[in-house]
Write a protein that binds this ligand. Structure first.
Ligand code: FES
Ligand code: FES
Length: 216
């Protein structure tokens, strides 16, 4: 059996060890806190030093801003609000009313124009986003007063009724023939799959496009 003095001695030693442990843990945490803070400061200082400064972007709007648009081979300067779509800019600011707005939400393709030779729905694009791209509208298809072969074929084959879808159909089929001068009927059907017509002109649009392909 251990004597009492021995027991109390070892209890004191344990208490001292615990105190020392706590002190050293506290000191450690304090030190670590400072070190961590120092590291954050240093590391953010380094990061801030290395990180390239963000480029200041020119804010546009909310009022009208002046932009240049390349349309049918000419540069046109207009003032539009940032919310103005390309379709609206063409129709209301440049009086190019051949481009039609029907759904105004990208569903019908009546507003199709070419942007750098690619057909796009101009109601889905903001005029301020166009930049230096070349825009071709239905007015730009005819050359020297001569209608485009697709336009002539649409007239010959009665491929238009109310006419709201017609400019979009013409821009889509003319683009097809530009890239594929000898399309199959399936190619034509595929090309105009997004061009909606409430008047049921699709059969005549197919005939007109095939006829235009034969002529060109
Ligand atoms: S008006 Fe643009 S897709 Fe219908
Ligand atoms: S001709 Fe009327 S919507 Fe196509």
């Amino acid at each position: 059996m251990k004597d009492k003095s021995n027991q109390s001695h070892s209890a004191e030693a344990e208490t001292e060890a615990l105190v020392n442990k706590n002190v050293s843990r506290r000191s450690f945490l304090k030190g670590a806190g400072l070190t961590t803070a120092g590291t954050v400061m240093v590391s953010s200082g380094v990061m801030a030093f290395d990180r390239p400064k963000p480029q200041a972007k020119k804010a546009i709007g909310p009022g009208a801003t002046t932009i240049n648009l390349r349309v049918n081979g000419k540069t046109r300067t207009i003032a539009v609000e940032p919310r103005t779509t390309l379709a609206t800019a063409l129709r209301e600011h440049l009086q190019l009313t051949g481009t039609k707005i029907v759904c105004d939400r990208g569903s019908c393709s009546a507003c199709t124009v070419w942007l750098d030779d690619q057909p796009v729905n101009s109601c889905l694009m903001l005029a301020v986003e166009v930049g230096d791209s070349e825009i071709t509208t239905v007015e730009g298809l005819s050359k020297n007063g001569q209608l485009h072969p697709v336009q002539e074929a649409f007239i010959e084959h009665d491929a238009t009724q109310c006419g709201f879808c017609t400019p979009g159909m013409v821009m889509t089929t003319a683009h097809l023939l530009r890239n594929n001068p000898d399309p199959s009927l399936e190619d034509v059907r595929h090309a105009v799959r997004g061009n909606l017509c409430r008047c049921g002109t699709h059969p005549n649009v197919f005939k007109a496009t095939m006829a235009a392909a034969k002529k060109s």
